[in-house]
Design a protein around this ligand. Structure first.
Ligand code: HEC
Ligand code: HEC
Ligand code: HEC
Length: 129
């Protein structure tokens, strides 16, 4: 409420935030993207290794209501883990929507992958305990 005690104080869309603040009841989070509990996933590793939000979540900026764009299936995870050079982007483009890769992006990514020793796991126990 630091910001919203001053910004858009009357906004209907923020009513839930004001109510939650007043009552101490957390806002119910409607999850759209949901992996089963037996699959291990961390955002930070991905974002820090050059996977853009858009690659996994699609054009969130153009969605009136957020919907899941990619299957989030095991095959989908592995498709990228086996060939990350086809997906990575520069660090300062992680949150860019509508990013267009340069023509030589695969070569650039292969160089980054070598330089930083990026090696997404394909062994079962990396994703399943
Ligand atoms: C490698 C793919 C991948 C990338 C990159 C990624 N996400 Fe996610 N995101 C996921 C998955 C998978 C889940 C579901 C996780 C779960 O259920 O444990 C998720 C869940 C979320 C959620 C909760 C959504 C919901 O439906 O409740 C938010 C918010 C989110 N991601 C934001 C981001 C943002 C912002 C970025 C970029 C900075 C980002 N993600 C990058 C795969 C990704
Ligand atoms: C678009 C590419 C991409 C997708 C999609 C993707 N990953 Fe990854 N994943 C990576 C990269 C890149 C790394 C970092 C490897 C490194 O730094 O050596 C990584 C690392 C990981 C790691 C290792 C974490 C660690 O601590 O070292 C796990 C576990 C993982 N991913 C799980 C998943 C799961 C589960 C999904 C599907 C829901 C998924 N990933 C989808 C690219 C991807
Ligand atoms: C990169 C991450 C990753 C790796 C590596 C991985 N899995 Fe998975 N696995 C997943 C995710 C994510 C799901 C959940 C998919 C879904 O919800 O559709 C899953 C689902 C499963 C399921 C449940 C399928 C079902 O239909 O209910 C089994 C069984 C499984 N994995 C076995 C394995 C085995 C065996 C290996 C090694 C050969 C392996 N996984 C490697 C990410 C991974």
């Amino acid at each position: 409420m630091n910001c919203h005690s001053q910004v858009k104080e009357q906004s209907l869309k923020l009513l839930k935030v004001r109510q939650s603040w007043a009552t101490g009841e957390p806002i119910e989070w409607v999850k759209v993207h949901h992996l089963p509990d037996y699959a291990n996933f961390s955002h930070s590793v991905h974002v820090n290794s050059g996977v853009g939000c858009e690659t996994c979540h699609g054009r969130i900026d153009q969605m009136e209501v957020v919907a899941q764009q990619e299957p989030l299936s095991m095959g989908w995870c592995l498709e990228c883990h086996r060939a990350p050079e086809l997906y990575l982007r520069p660090e300062d483009e992680i949150t860019t929507m509508g990013y267009v890769q340069p023509a030589d992006f695969v070569e650039r990514n292969l160089a980054t992958i070598r330089r930083e020793g990026i090696q997404p796991p394909t062994n079962c126990s990396a994703c399943h305990y």
